[in-house]
Design a protein around this ligand. Structure first.
Ligand SMILES: C[S@@+](CC[C@H](N)C(=O)[O-])C[C@H]1O[C@@H](n2cnc3c(N)ncnc32)[C@H](O)[C@@H]1O
Length: 453
């Protein structure tokens, strides 16, 4: 294991005089493994695993399995997530109690690969979540994770946060899980150790300040900012909070009860930190603020050009709370309440439920559509046993379909959880599992079905 950067060790000796050695020992030990269960797909949390204390859907696993070989991972039944990050679920619950009506719009400003967006989408199921990611490749990974989870209320954009300036005063809650120096990931991610330098941490502070300047005006009066990082560096955490937020009319929102879990209040009392060794998680920092500035929102008079002639005729009914939306030639079902004019000038990549597209007037369903509870029954189901499910996920067609499978689309499932689509031609079939999602690794011949639940 690469040793910790000397300047980092020097700093934490001053920062945590009574704890630095324990912190170093913890950072050089094995990281805990945790996953978050998708309660929309698995109603019962498996009781044989230890629960993450601050999350009702998080569990620890005794060791890291090869997730790739578990079809339920591909079906979005759970998401491997660092335990500390799951505190966003706790905060989201507490904030939702503060609203009389469900918040309408929530922004996750730096959201790939999407673990925290999934939490927001679960807890604020009545709200519309904008998940933004600046790096295009990462926005693609984000999209896959959101779709597989079956989150129906998420709009994904691939933008610099500066591009959101027209959405001033729109959001009830903005989460900034900021790009940071990653010190809290030093035992999980050796790259974080390699890339760390004093100069880099200063660059991170600059970037975090810039993003904050962009996103603070987007928050409504009495709306909330949730700021988090995975670093111990006070300059990126509590010091930055102190420097920026009170001057902008934001008030700190305390969650002192988090200390019951072993999570510590930071020195200037403007946030909470997870220290490995004290809590079963990687390093994490969290600070929540309320906007006390009077509402500045001017009604957007511009109408979206896209909302004209958009209604698309489908062969199956849409629920009452949804409408169709055309984006990059694909048909989506989006929440009826979403004002499409908010998307003008944003690079939207995905919105709500991807249904499919019309090719020569024929509807071709999207692979993603099977993951959503509202649409998973659009085609008849073929349940696959483990070995065949793995073959399906590899993109193969070397397994038999039930006798009398007629022509048409079918959803294939494993343990009743949809994995994807096939198109049966009667005597053979096409595997419609998208190439980028396919399992590429070699499967050991005697691979057993020995997974989590
Ligand atoms: C800590 S990660 C987010 C993790 C994510 N919230 C999750 O829980 O899965 C920070 C993200 O910020 C993105 N980022 C980097 N520079 C940015 C910038 N200038 N503005 C917005 N996001 C940025 C990174 O690409 C990265 O995906």
């Amino acid at each position: 294991m690469k040793s910790l950067p000397a300047k980092f060790t020097e700093r934490i000796q001053n920062q945590f005089p009574g704890y630095w050695q324990n912190l170093i020992d913890a950072l050089n030990s094995e990281p805990p493994v945790s996953i978050r269960i998708n309660k929309n797909k698995l109603s019962q949390i498996p009781t044989k695993y230890k629960q993450v204390p601050w999350s009702s859907s998080g569990i620890y696993l005794p060791e890291r399995p090869l997730f790739t070989l578990d079809p339920l991972f591909h079906a979005g039944v759970y998401y491997p997530q660092e335990a500390g990050s799951m505190v966003i679920e706790y905060i989201a619950h507490k904030l939702s109690d503060k609203f009389e009506q469900p918040p309408k719009y929530i922004l996750d400003a730096a959201s790939a690969p999407g673990g925290k967006t999934l939490i927001l989408s679960d807890i604020f199921a009545q709200s519309i979540i904008f998940a933004n990611e600046i790096i295009s490749k990462r926005a693609n990974i984000l999209t896959d994770n959101i779709a597989k989870w079956g989150a129906e209320n998420v709009v994904i954009t691939n933008n610099d946060t500066a591009h959101y300036h027209q959405l001033e005063g729109v959001f009830d809650i903005v989460l900034l899980d900021a790009p940071c120096s990653g010190e809290g990931m030093f035992r999980k991610d050796m790259n974080a150790r390699n890339e760390w330098s004093v100069e880099n941490t200063s660059l991170c502070v600059e970037r975090q300040s810039d993003i904050l300047q962009n996103i603070l005006p987007l928050i409504k009066e009495n709306g909330y900012l949730i700021y988090s990082t995975c670093t111990f560096n006070p300059d990126e955490n509590e010091q930055l909070m102190q420097k920026v937020l009170p001057a902008k009319g934001f008030e700190f929102v305390p969650f002192d009860e988090l200390q019951e879990f072993g999570i510590e209040k930071v020195e200037n009392e403007l946030g909470y930190q997870f220290l490995p060794g004290k809590v079963e998680s990687e390093g994490f920092f969290l600070s929540v603020w309320k906007n006390t500035n009077p509402n500045q929102r001017k009604e957007n008079k511009k109408k979206s050009k896209k909302d004209i002639n958009l209604s698309v005729k489908l062969n199956f009914p849409l629920q009452k709370d949804k409408k169709t939306y055309l984006l990059n030639d694909e048909i989506y079902a989006i929440p009826k309440d979403l004002d499409e004019s908010l998307l003008i000038n944003l690079n939207a990549k995905y919105a709500g439920v991807k249904l499919g597209k019309l090719i020569k007037n024929k509807f071709k369903p999207a692979a993603e559509s099977v993951f959503y509870n509202s649409f998973k029954n659009q085609f008849p189901i073929i349940e696959l046993a483990y070995t065949n499910a793995i073959q399906y996920l590899k993109g193969n067609t070397n397994f038999p379909l039930p006798e009398k499978t007629t022509k048409g689309y079918y959803t294939v499932t494993y343990k009743n959880h949809p994995l994807g689509l096939i198109h049966s031609l009667g005597n053979r079939f096409n595997n419609l599992y998208p190439k980028p999602w396919r399992i590429k690794m070699h499967i050991p011949e005697n691979q057993k079905e020995n997974f989590l639940f």
